[in-house]
Design a binder for this molecule. Structure first.
Ligand SMILES: [Zn+2]
Length: 425
């Protein structure tokens, strides 16, 4: 450690921060019809560098600054950091999932010693601030070991840890999920992300900026304990996933889902057809602060009844996307007693087919996933609002009853006048 002066102030240390725009050259990273990762990472990394350089007491180095120059190996990227005696290495990425079903922000760090402690401390600060700022789902800070020995799985982290440099992979959001694309579509968002990343680094390092008028010198970062050797990531699926009906009437049922995992439960999905198809993933609990606490084991969801019996299975996902399915629960159909009634049948098939109901269900899930993000009690509802079908059926029943009553009145009237005619003959 050494002292140096900047203007009138003296700082304890000049930090060296390496920013690594993930991918480059032929290595595009992930890509969709809309996005190519290497371009997004470069936009974010350049903005992050520019912003971070507005703080005093930090030297910022990019591993590369041209998306079209040949790709640099992970080893060489870390070599740049080593040569410059980097204090931290931040690798900028955008995510995708195999089944295109995952969404949210996550960070990866070393599982080993001091690099674990420092990486996790930054990862926690960054994921929480980043996800909450952009209303993205916080997938947390994770570690992954290679299968062979106690070394880190991801090359960047593995080489950096060997060089004694704490490295963090910043997976900003998923380019292939509409929830995250909603954010990604905002104008200049990749630049905005870079600014947020830089501010998170500045806060983490306790930096100060005269130009920006920001002072993080009093910031208080919590460092988890460094493991003696390395930590193992959660390799098991959730241990418990019990579902039960806590309330039921003619229109809907409330299910309690009780699930437990060594790390934490992250998402849940609901099947109404015995596991053939599932709703998309709902956040289990949107409050990152409570992700690791005990009182989030239980959530409650509302499942609307349909004209068919439903075979409900709930699938829960842990932090590492391992899943566990519940045992199935059968939910009776709406208006079972009227099933033999021709009128009810015809109005049902006319306005509320099975597939309509399935759509209605997933839509309800979707609306819910978003609107419930700030639920104070942390419970999630799969709530279905009265749909058009229900209103139509009700209107038809009213009309049919009215018509039957009118016919009856006319019938009685005709019979009476017939009766009086008979009297006359
Ligand atoms: Zn990447």
């Amino acid at each position: 450690m050494f002292l140096f002066s900047y203007g009138s102030k003296t700082y304890a240390k000049e930090y060296v921060v390496v920013i690594d725009p993930g991918h480059g050259g032929d290595n595009l990273g992930g890509f969709t019809d809309q996005y190519t990762e290497k371009y997004l990472t470069m936009e974010t990394a350049l903005a992050m560098k520019e912003r971070l350089e507005m703080y005093e007491g930090v030297k910022v180095i990019l591993t590369h600054d041209d998306t079209e120059s040949p790709d640099i190996s992970r080893k060489d990227r870390v070599e740049i950091a080593s040569r410059n005696n980097a204090d931290y290495f931040f690798s900028i990425h955008y995510n995708m999932s195999v089944d295109h079903d995952l969404y949210g922000t996550e960070a990866w760090t070393s599982a080993i010693g001091d690099c674990y402690s420092k990486g996790q401390a930054f990862g926690k600060l960054w994921t929480e601030e980043f996800a909450s700022k952009y209303d993205l789902f916080n997938r947390g800070v994770k570690i992954r070991l290679s299968d062979k020995d106690g070394t880190d799985y991801y090359g960047i982290i593995k080489y950096a840890t060997k060089a004694g440099i704490p490295a963090v992979i910043l997976e900003h959001c998923h380019m292939d999920h509409y929830r995250d694309i909603e954010v990604l579509q905002q104008e200049d968002i990749t630049v905005d992300f870079g600014i947020t990343d830089a501010d998170a680094v500045a806060e983490f390092l306790g930096l100060h900026s005269d130009i920006l008028g920001i002072d993080f010198s009093g910031s208080n970062v919590v460092f988890p304990e460094s493991p003696d050797s390395y930590l193992k990531p959660d390799a098991d699926p959730p241990s418990v996933n019990d579902i039960s009906v806590s309330y039921e009437d003619d229109e809907y049922a409330i299910l309690d889902i009780y699930a437990k995992d060594d790390s934490y439960v992250q998402y849940y999905a609901v099947s109404t057809d015995g596991g053939e198809t599932f709703s998309y993933l709902n956040p289990w609990n949107s409050d990152p602060e409570s992700l690791e606490t005990e009182d989030t084991d239980l959530i409650e969801i509302t499942v609307p009844k349909t004209d068919k019996e439903q075979n409900i299975i709930v699938r829960v996902y842990d932090a590492y996307d391992h899943t566990l399915d519940s045992d199935p629960i059968k939910l009776g159909a709406i208006c079972q007693a009227d099933a033999g009634d021709d009128t009810a049948k015809s109005s049902d098939s006319g306005s509320g087919t099975k597939s309509d109901n399935v759509d209605g269900y997933s839509n309800a899930n979707g609306t819910n996933g978003d609107s419930d993000l700030n639920d104070e009690d942390g419970y999630r509802n799969v709530d279905v609002h009265p749909d058009k079908d229900g209103i139509l059926i009700f209107a038809m029943i009213v009309i049919i009853v009215t018509v039957i009553m009118l016919i009856a009145i006319v019938f009685i009237y005709i019979n009476r006048s017939k009766g009086s005619d008979n009297d006359k003959t």
